[in-house]
Ligand binder design. Structure first.
Ligand code: URA
Length: 258
């Protein structure tokens, strides 16, 4: 194939990204022009991804136990962020561009736990920056709170810090593996109340699904009063549910002002 210079190659790649081809579907590139005898056999994926080779025997790693130990060892939010960046047992990390740790102001009285980063969040490394994020800002703005409002701030994180490929649903084992980090995050951020935003956050923090049934009913997570609410992405698809979301925001505001 004719070779192209760096700038042309980059422009071609950017063009593909513009068209929406922004994810790899395979770990290794496939040269579709290669003649059959030049084709190299793809490497077989390791059937046991979490085995560590020790001097004598192969030792199985327990992702949950490791996550728990690492999360408990973090004494500050920054230490937790660094520990999560280094945690390599969750496969989602490999497909993500950036880890999304948090947004808003740490120490805020309200901590929102969203679901998973989407394309915009994966690119920017910040939570809720796409269309649902804009609605989230408008919702909290309506009760005079905001992620950049120093007087009445909010703090935001997600159930999972890495975007699942093609925005697929998170797997139960991924949620379970990252839960110790989420609980430690809540402990360290120490908000007055937690907002459990959407079904996957409910799954992680309440071991339940069914946000449209659970919303509006105060509960306790990590020792904090917590309010399940519908996710802004759901509200964008179901505008009629905004009336209930408004009731939940008023309930939240009353709890903060108490
Ligand atoms: N949805 C979420 O739950 N979190 C984000 O960061 C973005 C979209």
């Amino acid at each position: 194939m004719e070779s192209v210079d760096f700038h042309t190659a980059r422009a071609l790649l950017e063009w593909q990204i513009e068209l929406g081809a922004d994810e790899c579907i395979s770990d290794t590139p496939v040269d579709r022009y290669a003649l059959p005898d030049r084709l190299t056999k793809p490497k077989k994926p390791d059937a046991k991804p979490h085995l560590t080779k020790g001097p004598v025997k192969m030792e199985a790693r327990d992702p949950l136990a490791e996550a728990q130990k690492i999360a408990n060892g973090a004494d500050t939010l920054e230490a937790l962020r660094v520990a999560m960046e280094a945690f390599d047992l969750c496969d989602l990390k490999r497909g993500a561009r950036n880890m999304v740790f948090s947004g808003g102001i740490a120490g805020a009285p309200v901590m929102i736990v969203g679901e998973t980063p989407d394309r915009d969040e994966d690119r920017s490394g910040k939570p809720f920056v796409g269309a649902p994020g804009h609605l989230l800002d408008r919702m909290f703005g309506a009760i005079d709170m905001g992620r950049e409002n120093a007087e009445a701030p909010i703090y935001i994180t997600n159930t999972l810090p890495w975007r699942p490929p093609h925005n697929r649903d998170p797997k139960p084992e991924e949620i379970a593996m990252m839960k110790p980090f989420l609980l430690r995050h809540i402990e360290l951020a120490d908000p007055k109340v937690v907002v459990i935003m959407g079904n996957w956050a409910c799954q992680a923090l309440m071991s339940k699904r069914g946000i449209t049934r659970l919303r509006g009913e105060w509960t306790t997570v990590a020792g904090k009063p917590a309010l399940p609410m519908c996710h802004p992405a759901y509200l964008l698809r179901n505008p009629a549910a905004k009336r209930e979301a408004w009731a939940d925001l008023l309930s939240l505001k009353a709890a903060i002002d108490k």
